[in-house]
Write a protein that binds this ligand. Structure first.
Ligand code: SAM
Ligand code: DTB
Ligand code: SF4
Length: 331
């Protein structure tokens, strides 16, 4: 079991005091408000902080796929499970830049490069830094997710011009050990502190639909909202089904209304964070996605694949945003 108090203490040592320490009862009370009242509050907070008719569009590329030594029970890329995925080496910079250019042409403003590592080797990090500089040169925002970082590695990424680092808490402190055993939640909190200290913006969220309770989903939001500063981006992933991983045994897709409630609660608890409706949108109806945007979600991944799993087709996304009068680079 993870010691939440110790995590909060470490988090406080690492930076400024939390903006507001959310108590469980407060988060629960928000989440359980009558639906119309919850949506009204979330809309108020959203409109006070963002253009309610704009959604950010990001694109993902797996620059190093599979063969990962971690045992994250949801992931197609873990070497612990037989998912049928072929491991690859780190891509060449020129190939990455070509994909980024195509993503930009297709309407993406941010390009996120992911590697299936526990943590990068210094030689690999040099190559990723080169990729970051080159993609920035295209005029796109950059994000990478490479696993755990040392303070020095975070500094080097910052010097390469990196805008965001994605590193998720994934789930609640109470559920964490049922999903991952090879690295602790505290390891992740430490990496987030190194990223923040290096002046890189933090992208941090998690996954729902892995068999967790509503209490765990709220515990995850509390963990995020009680970090020393709110993550700049909060990806909320719906577990994208992968054959051969342990999560299959307990996975249950959340009730759609529960998902909207969660997004609205995230919006209220982290008013200025961009909330990204991340993996799993292909399971959602247009109406459910529209409700999530009303609840305060204001970013999506575009492109037919995420890292190794499916995402809605570009035309479906463009058509949905168009019907909602939402501006993005997709239009
Ligand atoms: N290896 C790095 C790490 O885990 O820190 C970076 C890549 S990893 C794929 C990034 C995040 O993607 C994970 O933390 C998890 O939240 C999310 N993710 C991975 N597989 C997923 C799946 N099948 N469905 C939804 N989200 C997933
Ligand atoms: C995040 O929270 N979601 C993205 C990004 N960070 C790297 C990853 C989603 C991965 C979905 C599973 C896959 O395609 O392999
Ligand atoms: Fe490896 Fe990241 Fe997948 Fe975990 S989520 S197995 S660390 S690639």
């Amino acid at each position: 079991m993870v010691d939440v108090v110790e995590i909060e203490r470490t988090a406080s040592r690492a930076g400024a005091a939390p903006r507001k320490t959310w108590e469980r009862a407060e988060a629960e009370a928000l989440y359980n408000l009558p639906f119309a009242d919850l949506m009204f509050q979330a809309q108020g907070v959203h409109r006070a902080n963002f253009d309610p008719n704009h959604v950010e569009t990001a694109s993902l590329l797996s620059v190093k796929t599979g063969g990962c030594p971690e045992d994250c029970g949801y992931c197609s890329q873990s070497a612990h499970y037989d998912t049928g995925l072929k491991a690859t080496r780190l891509m060449d910079r020129a190939d990455v830049v070509a994909v980024a250019q195509r993503a930009k042409d297709a309407g993406a403003t941010r390009f996120c490069m992911a590697a299936a590592w526990r943590s990068p080797k210094d030689r690999d990090l040099d190559q990723v830094c080169d990729m970051v500089s080159a993609v920035k040169g295209l005029g796109m925002e950059t994000c990478v997710t490479l696993g755990m970082l040392t303070p020095d590695q975070a500094k080097r990424l910052s010097e390469s011009g990196l805008d965001f680092y994605n590193h998720n808490v994934d789930t609640s402190p109470e559920f964490y050990d049922k999903i991952i055993t090879t690295r602790t939640l505290q390891d992740r909190i430490d990496t987030l502190a190194h990223v923040r200290d290096a002046g890189i913006k933090v992208c941090c969220g998690g996954i729902v639909g892995m068999g967790e309770l509503v209490d765990d989903r709220l515990g995850m939001l509390m963990l995020l909202a009680n970090l020393p500063s709110h993550p700049d981006s909060v990806p909320i992933n719906l577990w994208n089904e992968v054959k051969g991983v342990p999560v299959n045994d307990n996975a249950e897709r959340p009730d759609p209304i529960a998902l909207v409630r969660l997004v609205a609660t995230a919006r209220i608890m982290m008013p200025k964070s961009v909330v990204r409706l991340s993996a799993g949108r292909q399971y959602m109806t247009d109406e459910l996605q529209a409700m999530c945007f009303l609840a305060g979600a204001n970013s999506i991944f575009i492109g037919d694949v995420l890292l190794t799993t499916r995402n809605p087709q570009r035309d479906r996304d463009a058509n949905l945003l168009d019907r909602l009068g939402i501006t993005s680079r997709l239009a």
